[in-house]
Design a protein around this ligand. Structure first.
Ligand code: EPZ
Length: 418
């Protein structure tokens, strides 16, 4: 088992390039099965979730390599319609294969996906979208098979702007007959990146980033080369880390427009942030001010994927803050771990009441999911004394060697195998 050990109390300083976005790369890699040929996808981070996606694509018949951030894919031999059960169980994002495989092969078989322990991860919106496009569902012995000779464009309303469901429907609709309109679509930047990738392949999609996305089905698509957008959640994690440790850093390869809500909140708490092209300069010289109330919501709202990191930041603020989580029902598992470090946080009816204190104390804590783990690392960086973070495989799903990133910014941190 691997753990992080952190000697806290040192402000962060230095420069770091942000790697490509996991949540853009995953659907883009899945979409590669929509065409035959050689793909080169650049700035794909070396993460566990990416490794699982590449293993799945190999099992489906593709030839893959991942060197220095570039994924090369040859998809002409993709012919298998069943996603391996053991790989489905490792990562929820394996669900992204449903739409593209159904569109390419006319059939796809999956088991219910695995993933983070952050509440109920239903897939009803994915299933409803694919059946609306004409797929027939069969369920037997824990497997779900979709079949459709030819998908047909239609209007689909999402009762919740689900990121994954929006992406799955987009990927299924690009080869359908006719036009598909997704209403109440998710607005996340990763959706826009997927639209740009598919349109580079010859698809006809418009409206990503707004409530309504329209897809005109085409006969075939072609393989392309493409670079994924920077990871806004990794950038936001480092931004909040500096606000928590009172430091001064420069992040490159950032898109500030993808972090508007986060930047506004951090500035209101006293963090200085300057943007110049893709460079974000972040400086904090004081304990943060508290926030009366912050609610997580779909983009462009404050992202649920930075809620845990914000909670650590506010646990050291002057005053009491309230954070309400509205996207996932199980995303406060980090509260108990933070309490072991002295944080005073009370959870009631989906809201966390955070009474800011002067210091956190190092402890042995456990990562319960990807972003909660990153939050505990930030807490360790700010705490007095030594912190050990266990179960760091969760963190490796979304941060490329986080210990290297943070030691580059002056942290005293190491990965230990015990
Ligand atoms: C994506 O997950 C991200 N993952 C998540 O990031 C992110 O937290 C989430 O979007 C919200 O922004 C990837 O892109 C790989 P959703 P996804 O479908 O698509 C409910 C991280 O840390 N829902 O928008 O699974 C669901 O239960 C990860 O990088 C249904 O009810 O999120 C949840 O409450 C964690 N039925 C809400 O919608 C469905 O069919 C948001 O889910 C689908 C979702």
């Amino acid at each position: 088992m691997e753990t992080f050990t952190i000697e806290g109390g040192r402000p962060l300083s230095g420069s770091l390039r942000i790697h490509g976005a996991k949540n853009a790369a995953l659907p883009i890699l899945a979409a590669s099965v929509l065409a035959d040929g050689q793909f080169h996808i650049y700035d794909v981070p070396h993460l566990k979730d990416i490794d699982v996606m590449l293993q799945i694509l190999t099992n489906l018949g593709a030839t893959v390599s991942h060197v220095d951030g570039c994924v090369s894919l040859e998809t002409t031999s993709v012919s298998v319609s069943q996603v391996p059960e053991d790989l489905m169980g490792q990562m929820r994002s394996s669900i992204f294969l449903m739409g593209p495989l159904l569109a390419r092969l006319g059939e796809v078989t999956i088991t219910l996906p695995g993933g983070c322990a952050i509440g109920e991860r239903r897939i009803d919106l994915h299933l409803a979208g694919l059946t609306a496009l004409g797929a027939k569902i069969e369920e037997a012995e824990g497997y779900i098979t979709f079949r459709a000779k030819k998908l047909r464009g239609t209007n689909i309303f999402l009762s919740f702007p689900s990121v994954g469901a929006t992406e799955n429907i987009m990927m299924a609709a690009v080869l359908a007959k006719g036009t598909t309109r997704i209403c109440n679509a998710a607005h996340e930047p990763e959706i826009v990146d997927l639209q740009n990738f598919l349109n580079a392949m010859g698809a006809k999609i418009r409206g990503a980033g707004t409530d309504t996305i329209e897809i005109d089905g085409v006969e075939r698509l072609r393989s392309v080369s493409y670079r994924v957008i920077p990871d806004r959640i990794v950038a936001g994690t480092h931004l909040l880390a500096v606000g928590t440790t009172q430091g001064h850093i420069q992040l490159s390869n950032t898109i500030p427009e993808h972090l508007t809500a986060v930047i506004q909140i951090a500035k209101s708490c006293g963090v200085e942030i300057k943007n110049r092209h893709d460079i974000m300069e972040i400086k904090s010289t004081m304990r943060p001010r508290a926030i009366d109330r912050i609610i997580t919501s779909p983009f462009p709202g404050f992202p649920t994927d930075l809620q845990a990191q914000l909670m650590v930041f506010l646990s050291l603020a002057r005053g009491t803050s309230v954070v309400k989580e509205t996207v996932f029902d199980g995303r406060f598992k980090h509260v108990n771990e933070l309490a072991r470090m002295g944080a005073t946080i009370h959870v009631d009816m989906g809201s966390a009441i955070i009474r800011g204190i002067g210091k956190l104390t190092g402890a042995c804590v456990e990562a319960t999911d990807l972003r909660a783990g990153a939050a505990l690392v930030i807490a360790g960086l700010a705490a007095e004394g030594k912190t050990q973070v266990e179960q760091i495989h969760h963190i490796d799903r979304g941060y490329e060697r986080l210990e290297s990133q943070l030691t580059q910014l002056g942290a005293e941190m190491a990965r230990l195998s015990i």
